[in-house]
Design a protein around this ligand. Sequence first.
Ligand SMILES: *Cc1c(COP(=O)(O)O)cnc(C)c1O
Length: 819
Amino acid sequence: MKLNTICTLIGAKTDDVPDVVINWLLTDSRSLSFPAGSLFFAIETKRNDGHRYIVELYNQNLRYFVVSKILPEFNALADAVFLQVEDVMEALQHLAAVHRAFFHIPVVGITGSNGKTIVKEWLYQLLHGDYNITRSPRSYNSQIGVPLSVWGLNEGTELGIFEAGISETGEMERLQKILNPTIGIFTNLGDAHQENFVSLKQKAQEKLKLFANSETLIYNKDNKLLDIAIVQAGIQAGLFSWGSDKDAVVHVLSVDKTNDNTQISLRYKQSEFKATIPFTDDASLENAMHCIVLMLYMGIGTEEIAWRVSRLETVAMRMEVKEGIRGCLIINDSYNSDINSLSIALDFMTQQATVKNLSRTLILSDIMQSGLTSAELYRRVADLVKSKNISRLVGIGSEITKYADKFEGLDTRFYLSTEEFLKSSLFGQFQNELILLKGSRVFHFEDISARLELIAHETVLEVNLNALVDNLNYFRSKLRPETKIMSMVKAFAYGSGSVEVARTLQHHHCDYLAVAVADEGVELRREGIRIPIVVMNPEQGSFGLIFDNKLEPEIYSFRLLESFIAYAEKAGITDYPVHIKIDSGMHRLGFAPEDIDTLIERLKSQTQLKVRSVFSHLAGADEARFDDFTRRQAEVFISCADRISNAFPQYIMRHILNSSGIERFSEYQFDMVRLGIGHYGVSALPGSGLKQVCSLKTIILQIKEIKAGETVGYSRKGVVKKDSRIAILPIGYADGFDRRLGNGVGEVFINGKRAKLIGNICMDLSMVDISGIDAQEGDNVEIFGDNITVSEVASWMKTIPYEVLTGVSRRVKRVYFQE
Ligand SMILES: *Cc1c(COP(=O)(O)O)cnc(C)c1O
């Protein structure tokens, strides 16, 4: 779209719009690929403000911005064009709605509490042979995600499939205007994101607004609440229901589960037919039924439908980073391959690529069904790839090979099949590379990842980077926009792995990091972390490392101060930034209030160090019974900080709040806060909505039937009272699985049920009683995660969540993923 057309459409105020075409809408400054044809929307949310990133984007050659205010610093951006509107989000949404209106094609809109992304991806699997499909990338279903998805509709699109998700009232009307689906699918109604709705019924009514103009609505009639809500909402769309309810349009006659598939018999318009779905869980069954019904609606024959659903494949919902052979790092994105998700995967790669000595390699298969001509498609792919600093490209498939010339300038190799690539000499040459695997499923890239990844120990700690960022943003929402955040990544980032976590936090604009000792900071610097890092316990022997790596020490005593000044003097260093710790009542490290005058005097008499911040630590911010004490601590801190600030010309930052302090005492946020355990989903407030970040998982190694009267494990502690099934797990106290959890104290989660530990936990193994649980050898076991929280495990151990998280030993492999 021409920039001046956009300008008119969104009703922007501006004098002078150059004659340029905009191809890309940008809302996240970190995703910039094509400065020349991109328009940035500076969206303000509760948590962040896009206007902050305009100067940075300008420096990366972007020139076109939709803004709601002109900040003083924009005056220096000579040739930037600002389209000024009242509400930037509304402008983006309106633009997308206008774009959508150009297309007179069927558009499927999917909403509901669960299954939106799977249904969308399965419809794509089932229908991409019939139509050129444009669909939402990944789970782009928000107020920003939906407009960006719809913008992907192009001349070639024959069918649109988009998902829409809401978390509060009023949002769906906006999404309806943008998507205007002709066909609706309501997947189901559960209590996900319930916090902002009064009742399930109200939530159903809200979501139904998506279908205000739809011709048809597909839903499960067995969901009574939904069924009633649909009738009450007076939906105009034709209702295309399914279910065991005999009034359903598609009547489910029977459902038979076997070990690895489910057979369903259905009746539609007098005729009966059967379909076999290669899954056995109820959620998959429900998702598949929505797809079957949509295909019936589209006039596809029942035999053809049965054949297609029998070939449905699992949808990989996440990108994983794993250690590979010969120093490689492997990002496995087996999500469907299309240009949008390629772009997202490349951004994820950029985020991981701060590691200095890894060059970037992309292994990419043919991209199926984009709605563009192949020449145009691969031209765009090549532009995208070149903009992301990829040094080596391996193309697999006949199509991408045909357009090899588009990738000129890169180190490229092309192969017709995955097999040919695996046999090639190139395969043995990967070394110290960050490798992104992005393949359509027919190319079976899992064969490549299987050979590139290092074998993982069966017990792993999975770290959900999305959840980490969501939690960071939850705490941000409690703060003023200008308050800085120092992320405490001491103790291996509370056990989750400092480097990967620090990299993610840096990417999401956290301002400072803090570690316990210099070595931890050195490792972060070695891995390319550039933001300031504070060392809380700068030991005598580590001063050299501290200066060399630009780490900023905490100074808590006169003894430390003197030795630091002496070292800096010898090294010829001046004005080195330090952070002064005040003991306001915790009585751990720090200067006492009565030390402050002497401290000021000493600091004034030297030039080696310069105070950057003054801080203190709260002893009981998480407990209401200490609130008076907490306020007294804050007062002591303020008076000390005032005295120090008044003594020096430079601005000196202040900070006192830890995680629970942020939640309960935001009035003391000052210039910065120090976030620790909160990153990992532990909150001082009930119902905070924080997400679990770390999941400790293992598998069942062996299953035994043990007779009553026998015992299990060392010291014959695990007495079997009645005949039982016992599962043996490859996790023990050497992995950090605390021995106090043995003998029935702790539980683990297997296939939807809890199982109690039996007997003593051993060094490398432990045993659980799985009587009554449908489980097999090789099945997954959760020690803590989505079903058993870290706090629950801590309560069994009679300790705090901090100890559970930091106790997971280093030999347990950390696996990072992003949804
Ligand atoms: C660990 C630590 C924090 C973070 O505390 P949480 O309770 O984990 O948020 C903050 N400040 C200091 C000085 C710390 O040592």
